[in-house]
Ligand binder design. Structure first.
Ligand code: BEZ
Length: 395
C-alpha cells in the first residue's frame, strides 16, 4: 500500500515537473516574441499606401526567416480608415487590449498625431512609416516615437528651391486641408519666397474630397507661372487626370512632393508623364539594396514597389536593428530604443541615419515621371535634416 502511494506521488510530481517545464517553455517563447500592432489604412483613398507599407514590412520579416532580431513576429492589425475621429480608440485597442510591444502606423498625419499621443501617454514604442506632420518629430517629439519616412517640410522645402531655380515667380498652391497638406505648402513657401518667389494664393479642399473642377477653374483664372500641390493615393491619380483634361498640363507647370506620382502613375494612364516631383526615393535608384528589394518585392507581390513599400520595409529594418542589440527574454524597450536611435539603415532609398528627433536625415531627389516610372534626375537637397523646430530632444 505504502509503495503504491509513493509511486503515485512520484508520478504526480513528474507530471507536475513536465507541466511546469512546458509552461516555462511557453512563457519563454511568448517573451521572445515581438508583438507588432499595424495600424494603417486598408480602405479609402490611402488604402494602397497602407497595403504597400504592410507588404514592405512583411517582406523584410520574411527575408529574416519570419523573425526580427531573432524573435518571432506576432501581428495585430487595425484598419484606421484614415479617420482621425477613430484614431485614439483604434490605437488603444492595440495598446491596451492587445498589449503590443510596438505600434507601427500610420499614413494620415491627423490619425498619426492621435496615435502618437496614445504612444506618449502609455510609453509604447511607435514607428511611423509614413505620416509626415512636422509636429511628430518637432514640438511633439518623444524618445519612444520614431519615423522612417519624412517630415512634411523635407520634400516640400526642397521643391520650393527647385521651382525658384526654374525661374517661376508666382505660384498657386492646392492641397487637402489638414495638417500635412498645410505644412507641405508652408515648407514650399518658406524656400520659394526666400529665393524671391511669391505664393499668390493657397487653395484648399477638405480631405478626401476629389471635386477638383472649381479649383482648376480658379487656378486658370489666376494665371500663375506654376502650381504646387499635395495629393496622394487614389485622389492624386484623379487630380492629375483632371488637371490634364482641363487643358492645364500643357500650359501651366505642375510641381509636387513625390507622393503625387508614387504608386499612382499607372492609374493616371499617361497623364502623369513628365511631371517633376521631389522625394527621398526614386524608382530604380542605383544601389544594391534597391535592386534586391525591388526584385524581392516583385517576386512576392507581383507588382512594382513604391516609396510607401520602402518605408514599410525600413520600419521593419529599424525595429530589427533595435531588437538585435537588446537582451533575449522580455521586451527591453529602453535597449531597443537606444539601438534604434544609433542605427544606420541600409535602405533602398540609400543609407540613412536618424536625427536626434528620430526623423531620417536623407537625400531628397528630383524625379521625372517617364514611361510609368519616377526616375531620378538629380539630388534636390543632399542629406537633408528636418529643422525639428520645438523638439526638446534636439538640445
Ligand atoms: C500624411 O498625411 O502625412 C501623408 C499622407 C499621404 C502621403 C504623404 C503624407
Amino acid at each position: 500500500m505504502v509503495g503504491k502511494n509513493r509511486k503515485l506521488r512520484l508520478a504526480v510530481s513528474a507530471l507536475g515537473l513536465g507541466l511546469g517545464m512546458l509552461l516555462a517553455q511557453g512563457a519563454a517563447e511568448a517573451a521572445d516574441k515581438v508583438k507588432v500592432g499595424l495600424m494603417l489604412p486598408y480602405t479609402g483613398t490611402y488604402a494602397s499606401l497602407g497595403n504597400a507599407i504592410t507588404n514592405g514590412f512583411k517582406q523584410y520579416v520574411a527575408e529574416q526567416g519570419g523573425k526580427l532580431g531573432g524573435r518571432e513576429v506576432e501581428y495585430f492589425v487595425v484598419d484606421d480608415e484614415s479617420d482621425a475621429a477613430k484614431a485614439t480608440e483604434n490605437a488603444n485597442k492595440l495598446v491596451k487590449r492587445d498589449n503590443v510591444d510596438v505600434l507601427v502606423g500610420t499614413v494620415h498625419s491627423g490619425v498619426a498625431l492621435a496615435m502618437a499621443k496614445v504612444a506618449r501617454d502609455s510609453k509604447t514604442l511607435m514607428i511611423i512609416p509614413n505620416a509626415g506632420a512636422d509636429e511628430l518629430t518637432g514640438p511633439l517629439c518623444a524618445p519612444n516615437v520614431f519615423r522612417t519616412s519624412f517630415s512634411a517640410w523635407q520634400p516640400a522645402h526642397a521643391m520650393g528651391k527647385v521651382v525658384a531655380e526654374r525661374g517661376h515667380k508666382n505660384v498657386v498652391t492646392l492641397s487637402w486641408k489638414y495638417s500635412f497638406g498645410e505644412q507641405s505648402v508652408a515648407g514650399f513657401k518658406e524656400a520659394f519666397e526666400q529665393a524671391g518667389g511669391k505664393v499668390v494664393k493657397e487653395l484648399y479642399l477638405p480631405f478626401p474630397n476629389v471635386e477638383f473642377q472649381p479649383f482648376l477653374t480658379e487656378i486658370a483664372n489666376l494665371r500663375p507661372d506654376a502650381v504646387f500641390v499635395f495629393f496622394s493615393g487614389a485622389g492624386a491619380a484623379k487630380f492629375v487626370k483632371d488637371y490634364e483634361a482641363a487643358g492645364l498640363k500643357a500650359s501651366l507647370p505642375l510641381y509636387a512632393p513625390g507622393f503625387l506620382t508614387d504608386g499612382t502613375l499607372e492609374a493616371m494612364g499617361g497623364a502623369g508623364e513628365g511631371l517633376l516631383t521631389t522625394l527621398h526615393y526614386a524608382d530604380g535608384l542605383d544601389n544594391a539594396k534597391e535592386k534586391a528589394f525591388r526584385s524581392g518585392y516583385v517576386a512576392a507581390y507581383k507588382i512594382q514597389p513604391d516609396v510607401f513599400a520602402v518605408q514599410g520595409y525600413d520600419s521593419a529594418q529599424l525595429l530589427a536593428a533595435g531588437l538585435s542589440k537588446a537582451p533575449a527574454g522580455a521586451f527591453d524597450k529602453e535597449a531597443v530604443m537606444k539601438a534604434m536611435s544609433a542605427a544606420t539603415i541600409d535602405s533602398p532609398r540609400g543609407a540613412f541615419t536618424l536625427s536626434k528627433a528620430n526623423n531620417p536625415v536623407q537625400d531628397i531627389y528630383l524625379r521625372k515621371a517617364e514611361s510609368g516610372q519616377n526616375k531620378v534626375i538629380g539630388v534636390a537637397a543632399p542629406k537633408l535634416a528636418d529643422p525639428a523646430r520645438g523638439c526638446k530632444l534636439m538640445n
